[in-house]
Design a protein around this ligand. Structure first.
Ligand code: KG4
Ligand code: ZN
Length: 332
């Protein structure tokens, strides 16, 4: 028995579904991105996001089942996991309503999953083992936090951003530079031809050692661009990327070492950044700590990580009932 779980993720602007087996192997993962819809606005428009989820989710479901060798008639799934929060309420509701209907129709258990716990469980996809205590840097467009995972299900937030998320800072700077959305991959591309030491952008001071602040650095780049109109865009992108990566790696290492973690994990959309992956691996190796990097496609929002977290929830706490509700501001 492969014991298959379907994961449904609609918390922001990706309609993402995945099927995962009991060994954490991803049988299929399909993502319908809404980038084209939101790119003109430079950010996600909630009303448009929920409408777009509703428009495509059944088509995405059919594709993900087909790619896993399943179909909607005979089902073949053992449970359905769905993101219940945090995220955009209207978007979350589309996923939760579809998950409830499928659970009822197919008579299989329903599990509500915290999106952030999903990012942590992305680390155990594809049969990877997690060794605890582990310091996980969850870094995306909506979140930037260092979580100490004491064991599965036991989390301590060591630090988080006081203002913008790192991905949000990438997106805003990219927008100001006239690059596309989402900004992280665009800045990464442009940065490959730039000199990361060309400009020294300030690193924000925060009171608590493991907290972050990315609003200041973002404004510093914008001000720099305004007062130096002829500057090389490549150098600005490379220097900005380097300063964000440096902060993320330094704080994650500090948090991991000072709280006696044995390993480090990286997840969330910014975790797809090659420089960040390289630097974290190198720092981990110097400190003698194992560094777990999920495949880039499993760092950005996806359904497989929700299925993987759902399996743990189901086995540990049992299924949810149909009173399951969305929680836009859910904490870890
Ligand atoms: O986890 P995610 O797909 O969605 C949530 O925000 O939950 O993360 C998206 C964020 C965006 O801000 C995007 O600019 C950033 O991740 N991102 C990157 C890269 N790929 C995606 N940032 C830096 N470098 C990348 N290669
Ligand atoms: Zn996310």
């Amino acid at each position: 028995m492969k014991n298959l779980i379907l994961g449904i993720e609609t918390s922001c602007d990706d309609t993402a579904l995945g099927v995962v087996d009991s060994g954490g192997i991803v049988l299929s993962s399909v993502i319908a991105s809404q980038i084209d819809i939101h790119s003109n606005f430079g950010g996600v428009v909630p009303e448009l996001a929920s409408r777009a989820h509703e428009a495509v989710i059944i088509e995405v479901l059919e594709r993900v089942l087909k790619e896993a060798g399943l179909n909607a008639q005979s089902c073949g799934l053992d449970a359905i996991a769905v993101t219940k929060g945090p995220g955009l309420a209207g978007s979350l509701m589309v996923g939760v309503a579809v998950a409830k209907a499928l659970s009822l129709g197919w008579r299989i258990p329903l599990i509500g999953v915290n999106h952030l716990e999903g990012h942590i469980f992305a680390l155990s996809l594809e049969g990877r083992l997690m060794h605890f205590p582990m310091a996980v840097l969850v870094v995306s467009g909506g979140h930037t936090m260092i979580v100490r995972v004491n064991s599965l299900g036991s989390y301590e937030i060591l630090g988080e951003t006081l203002d913008d998320a790192a991905g949000e800072a990438f997106d805003k700077v990219a927008r100001f530079m006239g690059l596309g959305f989402p900004g992280g991959p665009e800045i990464e591309k442009v940065a490959t031809n730039g000199d990361p030491s060309a400009i020294r952008f300030p690193i924000a001071k925060v009171d608590r050692r493991f907290d972050f602040s990315f609003s200041g650095p973002k404004t510093a780049v914008v001000n720099y661009l305004r007062s130096n109109p002829g500057v090389s865009v490549e150098d600005v992108a490379a220097s900005f990327q380097a300063s964000i990566v440096e902060t993320l790696v330094a704080k994650t290492m500090d948090a991991a070492i000072s709280t006696n973690c044995v390993s480090i994990g990286l997840s969330g959309g910014v975790g797809a950044n090659s420089l960040l992956r390289e630097r974290l691996l190198a720092a981990g190796s110097v400190a003698g700590l194992e560094v777990v990097l999920p495949a880039k496609v499993n760092c950005t929002d996806n359904g497989a990580m929700i299925a993987q977290a759902g399996r743990f929830r189901l086995e540990t706490f049992g299924a949810d009932d149909y009173g399951l509700d969305v929680e836009a501001s859910l904490r870890l």
